[in-house]
Design a protein around this ligand. Structure first.
Ligand SMILES: Nc1ncnc2c1ncn2[C@@H]1O[C@H](COP(=O)(O)OP(=O)(O)OP(=O)(O)O)[C@@H](O)[C@H]1O
Length: 381
């Protein structure tokens, strides 16, 4: 209880210091925080999961992925975590892979341009990167399409080897390319970022926070290396075989082999990303939700998929919780409704065991470093 009181007075102090207009929300915030504390105990959530101190320890690089349904506050939570890490001495990069970027809006700074941009107003190094998954995907498709055998097929037909060319065609790579799982663009983008962050010039960044696109796709992406092995991989291998046969027959290297090598490289990166995603020493996926039955159900499905893919998840953020002391009928009805939704978490086989963090709905938008710091100090404890 003493810790809770300390936390509340700290939040009040911060709100006065940084964003005075948050203050009206704070009387109700005290009750929400109290509720949060008792709720966490009541739900008996993963007591073995430690708080922010544990996220802070160790200088070894760690990746945090924040994901959930659209509009629940993923960007705000990710940005507040990045600010908190940076203010606690961890050189940090926050990356958005959501095509509808909102990092710039969240930090109230121009962070666009697809390159690392320093974030102003934090105590130590914080860079932001908004990457364009569509662009990464275009590169991927260009690499893939070059191995579709089209060029090879024409040459082979002109040499009377049409039958083999047709067999190649039967593999229908073009169709396969159109059946690539949705969200592939995001994993391609994430794998590219992780790859370039491996370069020694970025060694100093010990915390990487990803603000991912709305639920789901990120998960299916983890099976992408298998997809590439299973489908495109077969074509790439056949293409390679044909290329060497072509070379020994006609003494000519088949154009496009570079592209298949590129695809192989990409596949290698993605397999590496999957390994990183599954390693609890390097990665944690944090689910963000709001207290509605729909969002909680989606979070439960998200957790089930993450579990299936062996991605470590320990925490669930319930954002935008209404304060308990509402003086209007609408507010108290809304809160009751939220409490019923939150109650479901207790019995949810997927979410019941996660460490819960509740964040109150504050009475203004969370924008800019001071507001993110305020949110981070409430949330990351
Ligand atoms: N606890 C909160 N109290 C008040 N406003 C909040 C809170 N959390 C987030 N917001 C506001 O809600 C809006 C949506 O938040 P945010 O952009 O973080 O969501 P998101 O899940 O990343 O959205 P998207 O799925 O569109 O990327 C923003 O205007 C943000 O300031």
């Amino acid at each position: 209880m003493a810790a809770l009181v300390r936390c509340i007075s700290r939040a009040q102090k911060l709100s006065l210091l940084y964003c005075g207009s948050f203050y009206p929300a704070l009387s109700s915030l005290q009750e929400v925080l109290f509720f949060t504390s008792s709720r966490v105990r009541f739900l008996g959530t993963a007591s073995e999961v430690h708080g922010f101190d544990d996220m802070m320890t160790r200088n070894q690089r760690k990746y945090y992925m924040l994901g959930g349904k659209g509009g629940v506050g993923k960007t705000s939570c990710a940005a507040s975590l990045a600010v908190k890490f940076a203010n606690h001495g961890h050189p940090t990069i926050v990356v958005s892979t959501d095509p509808a970027h909102s990092l710039s809006d969240s930090f109230a700074q121009d962070l666009t341009g697809g390159r690392l941009v320093p974030v102003e107003g934090v105590d130590s190094l914080l860079y932001a990167l908004e990457i364009n998954p569509e662009k990464s995907m275009e590169e991927f498709q260009a690499a893939s399409q070059n191995v579709d055998g089209g060029g090879l097929k024409n040459v082979m037909e002109s040499m009377g080897l049409g039958m083999i060319a047709n067999q190649l065609g039967d593999l229908k790579l073009e169709e396969l390319l159109h059946t690539i799982p949705p969200g592939t663009d995001e994993i391609v983008a994430i794998s590219k970022v992780m790859h370039f962050l491996e370069s020694s010039e970025y060694d100093k960044f010990t915390r990487i926070v990803f603000d991912t696109a709305p639920t789901g796709h990120t998960l299916r992406l983890l099976s992408l290396p298998d997809f590439l092995d299973g489908s495109i991989g077969k074509v790439v291998k056949l293409k390679k075989k044909l290329s060497s046969a072509f070379k020994s027959l006609f003494g000519k290297e088949e154009a496009g082999i570079d592209a298949s090598d590129k695809l192989e490289t990409l596949k290698g990166w993605m397999a590496k990303v999957r390994d990183l995603f599954q390693d609890p020493d390097t990665t944690e996926f944090i689910i963000v939700t709001i207290p509605t039955v729909m969002a909680i159900s989606e979070s439960s499905r998200l957790h089930a998929s993450l579990k299936k893919e062996r991605v470590p998840v320990q925490r669930l953020i319930i954002n935008q919780v209404m304060p308990s002391s509402s003086d209007c009928k609408f507010g108290s009805m809304k809160r009751k409704d939220q409490m019923r939704a939150i109650e479901r978490i207790r019995d949810d086989s997927e979410l019941g065991g996660l460490k819960l963090y509740q964040v109150p709905l504050v009475d203004m938008e969370i924008r800019g470093v001071p507001a993110l710091k305020f949110m981070g100090d409430m949330l990351w404890r």
